[in-house]
Design a protein around this ligand. Structure first.
Ligand code: HEC
Length: 168
């Protein structure tokens, strides 16, 4: 199913979910990571709000289904910082491919290898990447397909999208 305008309206693009007891009970870093996922990092444009690869912005490349990902925390941090050159996953570290932090490769190396690097919507600081990894591990990676209950847990409330996507 395509993600339609109704869903966008229901989720409130880029807006953190309204605070409620469940959300407040989550660790601050997980909640902050969720805000980065939807907001500054705009990961959902390509990976979908649920991380299942059903992208929010149809003009963006198809992101991976992160719910089926088996990456470790360390690998998640690396992929977010260094991206996946040649595969439309942007590098979010400002210094990626400038110094040697991404496997010692530079932009010139990528050019030589014919690997294009997709520009990120914004760059992220180390601690923002750490929060994103916390969020992904808690709510997305290895969590399997979204369902009604996971959706409610994800938003911390019976969000409209949970009712429209997973009707009784
Ligand atoms: C412009 C589109 C786009 C954006 C924005 C984007 N990604 Fe990706 N991402 C991709 C694509 C495309 C892939 C690789 C798909 C493939 O070839 O397997 C990918 C792969 C990944 C992977 C590797 C998954 C695996 O198991 O191999 C992770 C983790 C990831 N993205 C996280 C993020 C996070 C976190 C953000 C936001 C900070 C983000 N992505 C933003 C397009 C995007």
């Amino acid at each position: 199913m395509m993600v339609g305008a109704g869903l966008l309206a229901g989720v409130g693009l880029g807006m953190p979910p309204a605070p409620d007891p469940v959300v407040s009970a989550q660790t601050d870093t997980v909640a902050a990571g969720g805000r980065l996922y939807r907001g500054k990092g705009d990961c959902q444009a390509c990976h979908g709000w649920a991380g299942d690869g059903r992208k929010m912005n149809l003009q963006m490349p198809d992101g991976a289904n992160l719910r089926a990902s088996t990456l470790t925390r360390e690998q998640l941090v690396f992929v977010i910082k260094c991206g996946l050159p040649g595969r439309y996953m942007p590098a979010y570290d400002r210094r990626a491919y400038v110094d040697d932090r991404c496997l010692g490769r530079t932009r010139a190396d990528l050019d030589r290898m014919g690997l294009q690097l997709f520009d990120p919507p914004a760059t992220l600081q180390n601690r923002e990447v750490e929060r994103l990894a916390d969020f992904l591990l808690a709510k997305v990676v290895g969590q399997g397909p979204m369902d009604r209950q996971k959706c409610i847990d994800f938003w911390g409330e019976e969000a409209r999208v949970c009712r429209t996507e997973f009707p009784d």
